[in-house]
Ligand binder design. Structure first.
Ligand code: LMR
Length: 334
């Protein structure tokens, strides 16, 4: 009898150990935007590839639209290990103490995606990601969203049109300076709160790439959208370093492969997604789209580019200069 109990007990223990061994590793991937955006689609693509390449040993749970955490909370949750993966916009690393990332927020520093990719795929981009490690964070990749539009309930054509307007921005001091440079009153606010703030008049306007504007329905509560391309919004895909370093080497490699493919995919679709979103905004007839004349665009540049100098102390003069060198941007030629 005793032997039988022992055998049954041993069998049960072996079974539960085996079951435990087969438990997938769970990666919670939280983000604040809609599924049908460049980031949302990139996250879903990563999930699919990661589960496929690890043959189900890893399960990726994607939580879009701030369902788990809002902007600031998600960074804390990652550092605490409550969530394993995020893709915050580069503008959101300032409050973490890695102010150099705000260089990407400098108005008009990137004219196009090619210039930008010289930075994100080159040594400058790599060295910036490295700075996150002291915060317990590992940067895996840069994902694009795109160039931003500006919206309000009055037409924004000239820098003077911003005067006195309360403009929602992300938590970046560079964006704060950009809005002040045109006489607006910047208001830092979590992404999940923007629609309501626009709807109720807590703020008058905002900036974002078209994919965010459209999927959050901001165009339904903003009468005018200016196609200004005045700045860039992109992301760093980041993980909790301790979690990532603790993964079995083969699984980590498979996840890195999945991330490489997801990055290629996300960066490939970003521009098309934004172009499509803009077309939808136009089709909706809810906001009037404003294209700037070359003179107006020049006036925006002249008013905003002084922020590069103003913010050099914060983001790093050398960093700004090294980006100018790569992209050929020359503020004295404006
Ligand atoms: C914002 O807060 O406006 C953006 O960072 C949202 C996002 O993640 O694209």
């Amino acid at each position: 009898m005793k032997i039988r109990t022992l055998v049954v007990g041993l069998a049960a223990a072996t079974f539960s150990l085996a079951a435990l061994a087969q438990q997938p590793i769970v990666i919670k991937f939280s983000h604040v935007v809609a599924n049908d955006t460049p980031k949302g689609k990139g996250a879903d693509f990563f999930k699919q590839k990661a589960e496929e390449l690890t043959k189900g040993k890893v399960k990726v749970e994607v939580y879009p639209n701030s369902t788990l955490y809002k902007d600031k909370e998600e960074m804390e949750a990652l550092q605490l290990g409550a969530v394993q993966m995020l893709a915050p916009s580069l503008a959101k690393f300032g409050p973490l103490g890695v102010k150099e990332f705000e260089v990407f927020d400098l108005p008009f520093i990137f004219d196009n995606y090619d210039d930008l990719h010289k930075i994100t795929t080159g040594p400058i981009g790599k060295s910036l990601l490295k700075k996150l490690e002291s915060k317990g964070i590992l940067g895996l990749a840069y994902w694009d969203n795109g160039l931003k539009v500006m919206s309000a309930n009055k037409p924004l054509k000239n820098p003077e049109d911003f005067k006195g307007l309360k403009m929602r921005i992300q938590s970046s001091n560079v964006l704060d300076a950009q809005m002040r440079a045109v006489g607006a009153l910047p208001q830092k606010m979590a992404f999940s709160e923007v629609y309501q703030a626009l709807q109720t008049g807590v703020v008058d306007g905002t900036e974002n790439p078209p994919s965010n504007l459209y999927t959050q329905k901001m165009h339904e509560v903003q009468k005018y959208v200016t196609l200004s391309d005045h700045g860039y919004l992109g992301y760093a895909v980041i993980v909790n370093k301790k979690f990532w370093d603790g993964l079995p080497a083969d699984i980590r490699q498979q996840l890195e492969d999945a991330m490489e493919q997801a990055t290629r995919y996300a960066n490939q679709i970003a521009k098309v997604e934004n172009d499509n979103a803009m077309a939808e905004v136009k089709k909706s007839g809810k906001s009037e789209l404003i294209a700037l004349t070359p003179e107006q665009k020049k006036a925006w540049k002249k008013a905003m580019v002084k922020v590069h100098d103003q913010m050099a102390g914060r983001v790093g003069k050398d960093l700004i200069q090294s980006i100018y060198k790569e992209t050929g941007f020359d503020p004295s030629k404006l």
